[in-house]
Write a protein that binds this ligand. Structure first.
Ligand SMILES: O=C(O)[C@H](O)[C@@H](O)[C@H](O)[C@H](O)COP(=O)(O)O
Length: 252
């Protein structure tokens, strides 16, 4: 089902740098507001150039965030060895996490490829589901305040690619992927039901190569065709777009 009545906003920026700065400022505001309201904030980070640029911009202008009361989760991960520079966690640490006084126990990285070769994306996904449940008020997932998402040119978000079992998943909150069309093949990803647990879902998208998928997703495509179309926040969904990514949207 694709409910277009939910609160969806499009935030048009000029350049990719403007997207990063606007999303970073909104991120700081949302984290501070969550901490004021509930004493803590739970955020889900994403990889990709735009997602990491936002973290870099947060580091440069962190406002009044109390880093000791932030819980960090990841939307997906490339199932690679622990320090691999292609891992989203490694990139997020380099951009932001290693430079602010987070409580290390509150940074919830996805399990990774075991050095001994044991495990699998599926077992890692099941372990991460347990982590989410353990930090949940009701045995499901934490109440994520903000879930950041990048988007690929064909509309993928996290490691949810078009026409895959992962994007069709309706029950589990985390699944393993063995055959990602974008390398590496092995990944672990939050599913659409997990994304939809977030109060705010923000899609950070830049570049002309994304324009058609943006227009399809905002226009109400089926999530199995354009996964980003299924990414909805409980309170709000915001598209942060540069001019090129917004080019195929109607002018209003
Ligand atoms: O896991 C991956 O292969 C990437 O992280 C990928 O999912 C990325 O987030 C999007 O393709 C958007 O990337 P850009 O923001 O760099 O366009």
């Amino acid at each position: 089902m694709h409910d277009t009545s939910q609160n969806v906003r499009v935030r048009r920026c000029e350049t990719g740098d403007d997207v990063a700065r606007a999303a970073a400022a909104a991120f700081v505001e949302a984290v501070v507001a969550a901490q004021h309201a509930r004493g803590r904030a739970s955020v889900v980070l994403t990889g990709g150039g735009t997602g990491i640029a936002v973290l870099d911009a947060v580091l440069r202008a962190p406002g009044g965030i109390d880093w000791s009361a932030v819980d960090v989760y990841f939307g997906d991960e490339r199932y690679l060895p622990p320090g691999d520079p292609e891992r989203n966690e490694v990139q997020a640490r380099a951009a932001l996490l290693d430079h602010v006084p987070l409580d290390p126990a509150r940074v919830h990285a996805m399990p990774t490829l075991d050095e001994a070769g044991a495990g699998s994306p599926d077992s890692a996904a099941r372990t991460y589901e347990e982590v989410l449940a353990a930090n949940s008020p009701d045995g499901t997932t934490p109440e994520f305040d903000v879930h950041l998402l990048g988007m690929g040119g064909e509309g993928h978000i996290n490691s949810l690619f078009p026409h895959t079992d992962a994007v069709r998943e309706q029950d589990r909150f985390v699944v393993g992927v063995e055959d990602s069309p974008k390398p590496p093949a092995a990944r672990v990803t939050l599913t659409l039901p997990a994304i939809r647990r977030a109060r705010q879902v923000w899609l950070l998208v830049t570049g002309a190569a994304k324009a058609e998928a943006v227009a399809a997703a905002v226009g109400g495509a089926a999530p199995v065709d354009v996964p980003a179309a299924g990414a909805r926040g409980r309170e709000q969904t915001v598209w942060f777009l540069d001019a090129e990514a917004a080019a195929a949207l109607p002018a209003d």
